[in-house]
Design a protein around this ligand. Structure first.
Ligand code: SF4
Length: 227
């Protein structure tokens, strides 16, 4: 096996083991396939996550919003946390913000279901849509990392300041983070405005900047796919 493929397989195995550890699993039976394909891996992760009590957001949620899209997508959109519509439907980025995200992706020739996977850093809705708290991020982030290990996308589109700052471990505002390509493990990360922010601030300047970010993400997507 080529060195890079072996390294990727070991990283995926490490993330899977961290996922099971985060779920409180202490024994893994031998003879089971711990490196399944992305579809099976995500399916198992979603099943295992059901009923998760690891942080206080479990008390107010209706559903766990795991993620949706193409398990083999080379671009993943990552937002902050589910809102009311997402909590009710169990799917990320539905409602008006979700419709805008679909249009933003289409503006650069990307089909949401075919070309992308969509998830949030936090899988349960914070009450009143408040920002997630550090203990909630610490509890939930391993699940996102396990999703990334299963999907292995090339490009992350980080939607909004919270997602970008959390992933990049920075306090820099979204206005400074966006418009640039950042490294994130073996992927590239492009921050842009959250669609809900664009709905609240519908000025043409913010939309133009978001479109520039989408074009940048598509350029990186095309470049990395052709390598
Ligand atoms: S937010 Fe994440 S860690 Fe907290 S209960 Fe929901 S799934 Fe579990």
């Amino acid at each position: 096996m080529p060195t890079e493929a072996l390294a990727q397989a070991l990283r995926a195995l490490a993330e899977s083991l961290r996922f099971y550890q985060a779920m409180g699993v202490t024994d893994l039976p031998l003879g089971r396939d711990y490196l399944p394909g992305p579809e099976d891996a995500l399916h198992r992760q979603e099943e295992t996550l059901q009923g998760c009590p690891r942080c206080k957001l479990s008390q107010g949620r209706t559903t766990i919003v795991f993620g949706m899209g193409n398990p083999r997508a080379e671009l993943i959109c990552i937002g902050e946390a589910p809102g009311a519509d997402e909590d009710a439907q169990g799917k990320p980025f539905v409602g008006r913000a979700g419709q805008l995200l679909t249009k933003m992706l289409e503006s650069v020739g990307l089909d949401r279901d075919r070309d992308c996977y969509i998830a949030n850093i936090i899988k349960c809705r914070p009450p009143g849509n408040r920002n997630p708290e550090p203990d909630e991020i610490a509890a939930c982030e391993p699940f996102l990392l396990a999703q990334l290990a299963a999907i292995r996308p090339k490009v992350i589109l980080a939607l909004g300041g919270f997602a970008a700052q959390t992933l990049l471990r920075t306090k820099e505002p979204i206005g400074k983070l966006r418009g640039r390509v950042h490294s994130f493990h073996a992927m590239v990360l492009i921050p842009t405005f959250h669609p809900a922010f664009l709905l609240r601030n519908p000025g043409p300047e913010y939309r133009r900047l978001a479109w520039e970010d989408l074009k940048l993400a598509k350029r990186e997507y095309d470049r990395l796919r052709s390598q």
